[in-house]
Design a protein around this ligand. Sequence first.
Ligand code: FAD
Length: 536
Amino acid sequence: MHASQYLLLALSMFTCCDTSVGSDVSFGPNTFSDLLSALTDIGYSKAEALPVPRLPLSEAKTNYSTSLCAAACNFLGTILPNITSQPGSASYVGQEANYWSNQQAETLPSCRVQPQSALDVSASLLVTKFFRCLFAVKSGGHAAFAGASNIQAGLTLDLASLNIFHVSEDRTLTQVGAGNRWGEVYSQLDPLQLSVIGGRVAGIGVGGLTLGGGISFFSGRHGWACDNVRNYQVVLADASVVEVNEQSFPELYFALRGGGNNFGIVTRFDLETFPQGDMWGGMRDYPITANASLLTGLYNFANNAPSDPDAALIVAFVYYEGEYLANTDIEYAKPVVNPPIFNELMAVESLTSTMRITNLTDLVEELNVVNPSGFREIYTTATFRNDLNLQSKILEIFVSEVSGIKDAEGLLPALVFQPITKDIISYFGENGGNALGIAESDGPLILIDISFRWSNSVDDDRIIAAANHALGQSVALAKSLNLDYKYIYQNYASQGQDVFAGYGAANQRRLIDISKKYDPAQVFQRLQPGYFKLSN
Ligand SMILES: Cc1cc2nc3c(=O)[nH]c(=O)nc-3n(C[C@H](O)[C@H](O)[C@H](O)COP(=O)(O)OP(=O)(O)OC[C@H]3O[C@@H](n4cnc5c(N)ncnc54)[C@H](O)[C@@H]3O)c2cc1C
């Protein structure tokens, strides 16, 4: 018998593995022969050949976090060589460069797998479960903190090649592979005079944005991205590929609308599609002295927006190259210059303006340019009642926190206000309701996003502390004024924020129960540690 066949025999009897994940739990497949059978069952006939991991088992057993993943990676490199990238290879290096923040790009998995089909995702999941190798899933890679969609010494599934795009004949549905970025989606829809609810910056991935909520320029008319998914194609914890919609799996359909990466790996989103032509919008910069007028404009817009659901607004304050500035992003879903809803804000004198009639692709490309990759980043967030005094005081807190870190290299801190208006919230109840736990009677709400960018890792601790301190003080102030609100937007949250508690106790419990039903071994909670888990 050849040495490798002895090894195969040993492996076939081997039950993988005693690990820190808990040897009491079986993620399945349990033995190597089970794994080979499972792979053969889903169509990987090559698995019957000799896909022996090159790493000796004794070594594999000694170090869970690295060696077992190395074994998984060697195995995947054998059965799926074209889509498995080992460290040092050009494709591994290229994929690592495709994260927005440097903290994520500096996170180095044992290998990267770039599935080309749902079946590849399914096979990769079977393998990573067998080896108990911790994994992460990446769509557009815009989550800021390390480990959100990449994993040190684990296995990263990079969905970038799942990039199908197909519009139904009746033009009411667009099927979008989970690895697409919004710029790619809009640039194909704009020529058809169609659109979908998605991100406002070209480089954001369809996957993360849609699973966490998804604020769009058209949210006043249709709600958030998660409210506009008619069907999800998902690889579940048992590696089966299912179509999830309100009829087929109503519980999962609820859970995926806000549940993040906790329920499965979504391989395709089928999005509600509507006619959309050119629109009016752009960015305006102002001196910081315009702050009071802009905050008043924001306050009134948040209250009045339901009178004109075509309007969308972001108000931001930044510190850039030695001075504070204010900025608005004003968008209108029709090709109408200066619609009355924006009269108050447009009356504020700006330093610069890019307001124009154009298409969505152009607008999201513009915002992509001002949000470049290649920096260290933190996003952190809270939601408050709409109150002018509170918003003014939060700006003071921001200015005070930034004053202590101004010397940091490449610093660009921003305080961003976005209204969650009553008309937006009215769509959260569509299709049986999403999981976010926000009632229309709670609106209008103001979402704040404190986002700091900087260049040098030596400044990490103090900048992260400043951002967290600014948020903590803002929340404390809101509480003291009875203007706080429970919701924490997953897509802007920092590591450690208790996102699911913010959905309300009943929704959090419901999500946990659904997760236990469809993922009894808790694969997506325990083997995929990154991002926001259901119970912190
Ligand atoms: C510059 C910038 C602009 C932004 N603009 C907006 C905006 O306009 N509107 C808005 O609502 N938010 C916005 N965000 C926030 C954005 O929605 C989140 O950062 C989101 O997580 C990014 O999605 P992604 O796919 O690019 O990220 P990734 O980092 O790839 O994924 C984020 C999380 O989702 C999980 N995930 C991704 N795809 C899948 C999948 N198919 N199946 C299972 N899990 C998956 C990942 O595992 C990860 O945990 C912005 C963020 C940035 C940095």
